[in-house]
Design a protein around this ligand. Structure first.
Ligand SMILES: Cc1cc2nc3c(=O)[nH]c(=O)nc-3n(C[C@H](O)[C@H](O)[C@H](O)COP(=O)(O)OP(=O)(O)OC[C@H]3O[C@@H](n4cnc5c(N)ncnc54)[C@H](O)[C@@H]3O)c2cc1C
Length: 354
C-alpha cells in the first residue's frame, strides 16, 4: 500500500494532523493502538484563552482561538459527531490586585474580546470573597468522542491501521519509508509522551508532566461555567457531575493515579466549594510537555523522511488545529513554520548527541 504520510499515534495530535492532511487531498495511514495509554483519553479537553498563575492571555491566543472554533465545528459536521462545547470560564479572583488589574483590562481592546466582569455567580455553591472574571471563547472538546469518530472515519477511508509501531521495523530509503507493507514519502511521529523514547527524536528536550483529575458529583448543583481557581471544576453533560483537576507532577511519571494527588485535589476543591461532593472516578495521564513549553514540529535534521508533530504539552486541544494546518502547509507547499515551534530550534542538541 502506498501513502503520502504514515502518522504514528492517534491522540489529539495524530488525529487532528491526519484529518487536516486528508482534507488537503493527501493519502494518509494512521497507526494507533488502543491498548497504549494516551494523554488525550484522560484530558479534560478545556480550551481557555486566559490562563496561568499570572492570569494572562495564553501564548498565540488571538490566532489559535480564531482558528479552533470553526475548525472543530467543521470537523463535527464532517465526522457526524458532537464533541465541541462552548462554555464560559468563571475565574475566581485571588487578590485585590488581580481584581483591579482585570477591571482595567476589560477596557483594553486586546482583552475585551475574551473577558468581562459579571455579577457574582453561583454564590450559594462557591467561595468567592472577591468575585471573578468571566472568560468567553472558552469551552471543551470531549476528546474520546472526537477520537472514536475520527477512527471510524479513517477506517471507512482505509486510512487506519491498528497495531503497535515498532521503530526497528522501519525501512528508510533515500526518498521514502516503508513499514509493515506500507510505503510513504514521510513518517510523522505523533507519539505523545512516549515520543521521548523515539530513537530518531530522543534528543529533543521533552519535559513530560503527570496530571491527575477526578470525576465528582455535587448533588443537586448544576453550574454552566467552568470554575477556575488553582484548578478547574468543569460541568459534564450528566446533570450534577463535574471533572475536577488537574495536578502537575514532574518526578513520578507512572500512569497510575495516586492517593497523594487525590488528597491534593480534595483539599483544593474544599477551598472552592461551599457544598459537599462525592468522588466517582480518578484518572492519571502524562502530558507531552517540552523544555520551552512550545511544540516540536518539523523534519529530522538529517533524515527528512522522518518528521515529528509532538510536544503539545498542557494545551493540545487549542494548539493542534492551528499547528496541524501550518504543518500541512509546510509539508505540501513548503511554507515556513513558526520559528517557536519549528523543531530545528534544537538542532544543536541533535549534533551534540551524535
Ligand atoms: C490530567 C490531564 C488533564 C489535561 N487537560 C487538558 C485540557 O483541559 N486541555 C488541553 O488542551 N489539554 C489537556 N491535557 C493535555 C493533553 O492531554 C495533551 O496536550 C494531548 O492529549 C497530547 O496529545 P498527543 O496526541 O500528543 O499525545 P497522546 O494523547 O498521548 O497520544 C499519543 C498516541 O500515540 C500512540 N502511540 C505512541 N507510540 C505508539 C506506537 N509505537 N505505536 C502505535 N501508537 C503509538 C499512543 O497510543 C497514543 O494514542 C491534559 C493532560 C492531562 C494528563
Amino acid at each position: 500500500m502506498k501513502a503520502d504520510y504514515i502518522v504514528i499515534g492517534n491522540g489529539i495530535a495524530g488525529s487532528v494532523l491526519a484529518y487536516t492532511l486528508i482534507s488537503h487531498g493527501c493519502r494518509v495511514m494512521v497507526v494507533g493502538n488502543a491498548a497504549l495509554p494516551a494523554a488525550s483519553q484522560v484530558a479534560a479537553g478545556i480550551v481557555n484563552p486566559v490562563t496561568g498563575k499570572r492570569l494572562s492571555k495564553t501564548w498565540q491566543a488571538d490566532v489559535l482561538f480564531s482558528f479552533l472554533t470553526p475548525f472543530y465545528r467543521k470537523m463535527e459536521a464532517v465526522l457526524g459527531a458532537d464533541f465541541f462545547h462552548n462554555m464560559p470560564v468563571y475565574r475566581l479572583f485571588t487578590s485585590v490586585e488581580e481584581q483591579n488589574t482585570w477591571l482595567a483590562r476589560t477596557a483594553l481592546p486586546e482583552y475585551s474580546r475574551f473577558i468581562r466582569i459579571p455579577e457574582r455567580l453561583y454564590g450559594a455553591y462557591i467561595n468567592q470573597p472577591l468575585g471573578g472574571l468571566e472568560i468567553t471563547e472558552s469551552g471543551y472538546v470531549n476528546i474520546p468522542v472526537l477520537l472514536e469518530a475520527l477512527q471510524n472515519w479513517l477506517q471507512a477511508k482505509g486510512a487506519w491501521q491498528p497495531g503497535l509501531f515498532g521503530h526497528d521495523q522501519l525501512e528508510i530509503a533515500h526518498d521514502q519509508v516503508s513499514w509493515n507493507g506500507i510505503s510513504a514519502r514521510k513518517i510523522i511521529f505523533c507519539e505523545g509522551p512516549t515520543g521521548s523514547h523515539n530513537p530518531w527524536f530522543s534528543w529533543l528536550p521533552f519535559r513530560p508532566v503527570k496530571g491527575e483529575l477526578l470525576t465528582i458529583r455535587i448533588p443537586g448543583v448544576e453550574m454552566r461555567h467552568i470554575i477556575n481557581q488553582h484548578m478547574f471544576v468543569m460541568p459534564l453533560p450528566e446533570g450534577d457531575r463535574y471533572r475536577a483537576g488537574a495536578t502537575y507532577e514532574w518526578k513520578n511519571l507512572a500512569w497510575e493515579p495516586t492517593q497523594t494527588a487525590q488528597n491534593e485535589l480534595i483539599t483544593r476543591l474544599k477551598h472552592i466549594l461551599r457544598v459537599p461532593f462525592d468522588i466517582l472516578d480518578h484518572k492519571a495521564g502524562i502530558r507531552p510537555a517540552t523544555s520551552d513549553r512550545r511544540p516540536f514540529i518539523g523534519m529530522h535534521p538529517q533524515i527528512p523522511q522522518l518528521a515529528v508533530f509532538n510536544g503539545l504539552g498542557t494545551k493540545g486541544v487549542s494548539l493542534a488545529p492551528y499547528y496541524a494546518q501550518q504543518f500541512a502547509d509546510h509539508l505540501i507547499h513548503d511554507k515556513e513554520l513558526d520559528s517557536e515551534v519549528y523543531v530545528g530550534r534544537f538542532n544543536s542538541l541533535y549534533y551534540l548527541s551524535e
